[in-house]
Ligand binder design. Structure first.
Ligand SMILES: Nc1nc2c(ncn2[C@@H]2O[C@H](COP(=O)(O)OP(=O)(O)OP(=O)(O)O)[C@@H](O)[C@H]2O)c(=O)[nH]1
Ligand SMILES: [Mg+2]
Length: 366
C-alpha cells in the first residue's frame, strides 16, 4: 500500500504536492488542520484501496511503504474495493472542496474570484491550483495575475498545420448533433475561401437519411468537390480521387460515446486512410460529467484537438478548461452560432481566458 502524508501551509499547496507525487488519480484518504497551523492530507495510489478493502486501515506515513498484505483480492473484494474507491473519491473531493472553500472565503481578495470560477463550473482542484497561493502585495487587483495563470493552463492550437503530405486529411468526430457537419462547412469556407487552399469534402455519414446531401449542398454552394464513402475502401478511394486538394475535410456520423461498437466501426472506416487526423467536436452547453464521458469514449480516435461548438448557447465556460487539463489536448476552434462560415473562430488563450474570467470591476465582493 502506498500511503503518503503531505503537510503544507494551505490546502491548495498540499493538493499540488499530492498531484505531483502520486499523480491525478491519487485518492485522498483524509484531510485535516494541524494544531500549529497549516493542513495535512493523507493520500494513496489507486491500487492501495483494494489492499485496504482486504483488511487493515491505511497507515499515514511520510514515504511509500511496501504492501503489508500482498495476497490477491477475490472478485467480491475487488468489487467492494471499486465501490470504496468511488465513495472515498467523492467524500475526499467534498472534504477538499469545503476545506478549500473555507480557506478562500477567509481571504476577502480571493473569495469573489473563487465564487466566480465555481459559477463557471471550473473543477475545484483546478481552482485550488489557480488560486492556492495567488497573492498581490499592496492589495493590487488579482485579476491580471489570475489571467496569466489561466492562460498557462489553456492549451490552444489555432489553425492545425497542413504538413508536407498533401492532401492533409482532417476528420471531425463527436457525439450526435454537436455541430460536426456545420463545422466542416465553416472550416471548408475558412480554408477554401479565406486562405485560398484547395479543399475537398467527404462524408462518412450514410447512417442518417439525407445526411450525405447535407454536405453535398455545402460543396455545391462553395464549389468544392464532395464525396460519400461508407467503407474503409471507399474512403481510401475518395481521398485518392481528391489528391489534387490541399485539405480534405471529413464529416462523420454522430455516435453516442457509450456506443463502443459503432465507434469501433467508424474507427475501422477511418483506418482506410491512416494519415487521417481526428478532431473531437463537443457542444459547450453539455453537462460537465457528460463531456468527460465523451472525451473518454472518443479517446479511441486519439483526437489532435478539441473543437467546442454552441458557445452562444451558454455563459458557462469552465468545462472547456476542465477538458483541456484532463485530456492534455489543445482547443483549435470555437463555434459560436449557426451561421456558416461566420460563426467560427480560432481558439486563442486570450479569447478563452476572457470568457472564463469576470470583466474588470464585475466581481461580486459581497
Ligand atoms: N447555436 C448554435 N448552433 C449550432 C452551432 N453549430 C451547429 N449548430 C446547430 O446544431 C444543429 C446540428 O448541427 P449539425 O452540424 O447537423 O450537427 P452534427 O454533429 O453534424 O449532427 P449529426 O450528424 O446528426 O450527429 C444544427 O441546427 C446547427 O445549425 C453553434 O455553434 N451554435
Ligand atoms: Mg452531421
Amino acid at each position: 500500500m502506498r500511503v503518503m502524508r503531505f503537510t503544507a501551509p494551505t490546502m491548495a499547496q498540499a493538493m499540488r504536492q499530492v498531484r505531483q507525487s502520486l499523480g491525478p488519480d491519487a485518492v485522498i484518504l483524509s484531510t485535516g488542520r494541524l494544531p500549529g497551523g497549516g493542513v495535512e492530507i493523507s493520500a494513496a495510489m489507486d491500487q492501495a484501496l483494494s489492499a485496504a478493502a482486504g483488511g487493515g486501515a491505511p497507515e499515514p506515513q511520510a514515504a511509500p511503504a511496501p504492501d503489508p498484505d500482498p495476497a490477491p483480492a477475490g472478485p467480491g473484494l475487488e468489487d467492494l474495493a471499486r465501490r470504496v474507491d468511488g465513495l472515498s473519491g467523492l467524500v475526499s473531493r467534498h472534504l477538499v472542496m469545503s476545506e478549500a472553500a473555507g480557506g478562500f472565503a477567509a481571504r476577502p481578495e480571493v473569495a469573489p474570484l473563487y465564487t466566480h470560477l465555481m459559477e463557471q463550473e471550473v473543477d475545484p482542484a483546478i481552482i485550488a491550483e489557480l488560486l492556492g497561493d495567488l497573492a498581490a502585495p499592496g492589495g493590487q487587483n488579482l485579476l491580471p495575475r489570475l489571467a496569466i495563470r489561466l492562460k498557462k493552463l489553456l492549451q490552444v492550437s489555432p489553425g492545425p498545420r497542413l504538413g508536407t503530405e498533401r492532401p492533409a486529411v482532417w476528420a471531425l468526430v463527436g457525439p450526435t448533433g454537436v455541430g460536426k457537419t456545420t463545422t466542416v462547412a465553416k472550416l471548408a469556407a475558412t480554408y477554401g475561401l479565406k486562405h485560398r487552399l484547395k479543399v475537398g469534402l467527404i462524408t462518412l455519414d450514410t447512417f442518417r437519411i439525407a445526411a450525405p446531401e447535407q454536405l453535398m449542398v455545402y460543396g455545391r454552394i462553395m464549389d468544392l468537390p464532395a464525396k460519400v464513402a461508407a467503407t474503409a475502401a471507399e474512403y481510401a478511394q475518395a481521398v485518392a480521387e481528391l489528391n489534387d486538394r490541399d485539405l480534405v475535410l471529413v464529416d462523420t456520423v454522430g455516435r453516442s460515446q457509450s456506443d463502443q461498437e459503432n465507434l469501433a466501426e467508424l474507427k475501422a472506416v477511418l483506418a482506410g486512410v491512416p494519415r487521417t487526423l481526428c478532431h473531437l467536436v463537443l457542444a459547450c452547453p453539455t453537462r460537465g460529467a457528460d463531456l468527460k464521458l465523451a472525451l473518454e469514449g472518443f479517446g479511441i480516435f486519439e483526437p489532435q484537438s478539441l473543437i467546442f461548438t454552441k458557445l452562444d448557447e451558454t455563459r458557462t465556460f469552465g468545462p472547456i478548461l476542465n477538458l483541456v487539463v484532463k485530456s492534455g489536448r489543445p482547443v483549435s476552434y470555437l463555434a459560436n452560432g449557426q451561421r456558416v462560415p461566420d460563426d467560427l473562430e480560432e481558439a486563442t488563450r486570450e479569447g478563452l481566458a476572457k470568457r472564463l474570467l469576470p470583466p474588470r470591476g464585475g466581481l461580486q465582493t459581497s
